[in-house]
Design a protein around this ligand. Structure first.
Ligand code: HEM
Length: 183
């Protein structure tokens, strides 16, 4: 099978799993479950997009970076929809109030709009003009990490695992940008 199609289908798998879990198998608290699931897949894909350049010597997926980045946005969009449709029930006043009042929500919102901007300007034509702003993926990575920590009352071993990987990726990227290591 074509590699691009394979990656496309693999990235669609979390959505199918989510639909199966919520609609067929059933979960205790669907809203919380969908929040948590879409948020986690979103943050994993944000960091995968960033990490692609680090592993390209051994495993080059650079030409699929746009698709993986767009999927990160897609899962973040589903996460946003949970907030807008299920939590806020289309009440714009509520959305605005929550976004302005709660640091946890506005960090998520800023990250979401930065992802939206990058998704819109990722077409060949617009990317030429706006690629310098795609560096905001690093801003997104920091914001969603803080957002992720703030969402927890306490961190599980799995979540500590995510944070460790995040820290490793950010540190290597930082050292690479400062030319302290070469990859
Ligand atoms: C659009 C603005 C956003 C809003 C309103 C929002 C809202 C929320 C809420 C309410 C929770 C807590 C859910 C719960 O456990 O009860 C949450 C958790 C989370 N969000 Fe967001 N979020 C936003 C953007 C983002 C973005 C852009 C990402 C990543 C790409 C993200 C990733 C996460 C993660 C990883 C969690 C923790 C999931 C877990 O429980 O393990 N969020 N978000």
């Amino acid at each position: 099978m074509n590699k691009r199609l394979l990656i496309f289908l693999a990235l669609l798998l979390p959505l199918l799993t989510l639909v199966l879990q919520v609609l067929v198998l059933g979960v205790n608290d669907p809203i919380k479950y969908i929040y948590s699931f879409t948020g986690t897949v979103g943050i994993v894909l944000v960091f995968l997009t960033i990490a692609l350049s680090l592993i390209k010597k051994w495993f080059n997926l650079m030409k699929y970076r746009r698709m993986i980045g767009l999927y990160a946005f897609f899962y973040a969009f589903l996460h946003f929809l949970v907030f807008f449709v299920l939590d806020a029930q289309f009440d714009l006043e509520f959305v605005l109030e929550e976004s302005l009042d709660k640091p946890f929500v506005y960090l998520g919102m800023i990250a979401f709009f930065a992802l939206l901007f990058m998704a819109i300007t990722s077409s060949k034509k617009l990317f030429k003009k706006y690629n310098k702003y795609h560096i905001s993926i690093y801003l997104v990575s920091v914001l969603v990490s803080i957002h992720f920590i703030m969402a927890q009352k306490s961190l599980s071993i799995e979540q500590w695992g995510y944070l460790t990987v995040i820290l490793i990726i950010i540190s290597i990227k930082f050292l690479q940008k400062r030319k302290l290591i070469k990859l």
